[in-house]
Design a protein around this ligand. Sequence first.
Ligand code: SF4
Length: 340
Amino acid sequence: MSSDASDTSPRSLLTAAGDALLDRKEQLTLDELAGLAALPDSAIPSLAALAHEVRLAWCGPEVEVEGILSAKTGGCPEDCHFCSQSSKFETQVLATPFLDTDEVLRAAEETARLGASEFCIVLAVRGPDERTMQRILELVPLVQDRVGINVAVSAGILDDDQASRFAAAGVHRYNHNLETAASFFPEIVTTHTWEERFDTCRRVRAHGMELCCGVLLGMGETDAQRIELIGQLRDVEPAEIPINFLNPRPGTPLSDRPVVGPLEAIRWIALFRLGLPSVILRYAGGREVTLRELQAMGMTSGINALIVGNYLTTLGRTPDEDLQMLDDLRMPIGVLSKVL
Ligand code: SF4
């Protein structure tokens, strides 16, 4: 089906997007995405349906399941205004030391039992000091050998030497979030720059690890800044993008922000899929408070991966509820990698 370029009706914009992404397998321009972002609420179900078709065509039907473990919680010296693990704010999160090896192995085994293919060890740090490096370098091969699961790590800003040592130790994916657009970042973080994050993302790929690069929506960024972020994500070429929605944490500077509405969240899940058709788009933190009854709709709006169990500082739905949802949707659990 072709469309008339001068026609800006929702139907015409959606048809043009479908022609590009499904028939010609071409990416949309950021201007085209901005046009779709402005569609009326009544067009969101059609936008979501297109995003689901695009996900199936570009990534297949499988859903990837991951477990995350906060191996060192709280006490972070950075001031990310959304984060209850920052030591700059009076929050209810208590700083804990690095978990011991048995606790990490137990969590990895539990994650594997749920059918997950990825286990991510997360640390609340600006970047790893040498002691932390050593702990991670000893844990990664141990978890792989004993549990037989891919190990991902999230330990903040890396230099070249650290990235190369993680890659050599077998880290499969490294998580480092851009969180938000470069133009909005200074309003959210003052202790490090967006460029430092961007550089770490580039380094992860340069050393041969898959990049997991998440976003956090609902911090006060504009629609245009969300589109800007999609463009910046294209530049770092992540294998995976966890979509987080702000769940305002007491004591943080963003504690009073309203949560993103459910239908608006669906709009942006769909737009991220349409803007980044080949990535693993993962449901992450905040989905329970944001999507409420629309959890399953997100799965048919472009999402193809889940974090199951608890998030870093908030409780998620039970793994059983999520696995039941996948079963109800007849979505098989599988291992994914970026197909571009
Ligand atoms: S988001 Fe990460 S770097 Fe920022 S305060 Fe939280 S743990 Fe620290």
